[in-house]
Write a protein that binds this ligand. Structure first.
Ligand code: 13P
Length: 250
């Protein structure tokens, strides 16, 4: 089964109209050469202008979070249908920074992924262990728990991507070895196969995130169960982001 790689940039809380606009334009300018799908996830205030700038290009637009409900008294939040209304195709849910900084549980993440699905968005569901969990040799059971808690019934290869992001690798310059990362990706695929079906999971894209850079992308992306990347810091430089995309062969 060949899965077209997806290289996604999570810009986190970075970018102004000027700097974000220039970054999106530079990504779009390099997109024609990419053999993979490209997605940028700017901060909320840039979604609309960048969506307009990307219209007609192959670069897709994603948000970094959504609320689980469709509307109502939730000051500061954005609902999934609002994101599809302005042209988003994807939304990241359950990033470890939101789990940590906003107290999001697996249940919250699952409800947000369900809201994304209802709104016709692709949910990029993030999970990953802390260093303490890895050191305790409990990575596999922890990941299985997060999958069971965070991935809703009805998830398919068309409405979901999974991002495995070991917390200890995010923004640290450290990564698992490609084989170690692939081991967790293979576990994710086989565990979800039992729930969602083997055919669906053979098509499901599982991204790696955590200090992916031009220098390590090719060896990570060459692993059989690593189907792309969710890039933080290196997504803020178009040159680096496009170099990672160039390492993702279809
Ligand atoms: P870095 O690439 O900066 O480690 O961030 C990864 C990440 O958190 C993407 O969602």
């Amino acid at each position: 089964m060949s899965r077209k790689p997806l290289i996604a940039g999570n810009w986190k809380m970075n970018g102004t109209l000027e700097s974000g606009g220039a970054l999106a334009q530079a990504v779009a300018d390099g997109a024609a050469d990419a053999a993979c799908d490209l997605l940028v996830c700017p901060p909320a205030q840039l979604l609309y202008p960048i969506g307009r700038a990307l219209a007609g290009t192959p670069v897709q637009l994603g948000a970094q979070d959504c609320h689980a409900e469709e509307k109502g008294a939730h000051t500061g939040d954005i609902a999934a249908p609002m994101l599809s209304d302005i042209g988003c195709s994807h939304v990241i849910v359950g990033h470890s920074e939101r789990r940590e900084n906003h107290g999001e549980t697996d249940g919250t993440v699952r409800a947000k992924a369900e809201a994304a699905h209802r709104a016709g968005l692709i949910a990029a569901i993030c999970l990953g262990e802390t260093e303490a969990i890895r050191d305790a040799g409990k990575t596999n059971s922890f990941i299985i728990g997060q999958l069971d808690g965070s991935v809703p019934e009805g998830s398919t290869a068309a409405n979901t991507v999974i991002a495995y992001e070991p917390v200890w690798a995010i923004g640290t310059g450290r990564t698992p070895t490609p084989a170690e990362a692939n081991e967790v990706h293979a576990l994710i695929r086989s565990h979800l196969s039992d729930r969602l079906g083997a055919d669906e999971c053979a098509k499901l894209r599982i991204l790696y995130g955590g200090s992916m850079k031009p220098g390590n992308a090719a060896e990570l992306l060459a692993q059989p169960d690593i189907d792309g990347g969710l890039i933080g810091g290196a997504a803020l430089k178009a040159e680096d982001f496009l170099a990672i995309a160039a390492a993702a062969k279809g």
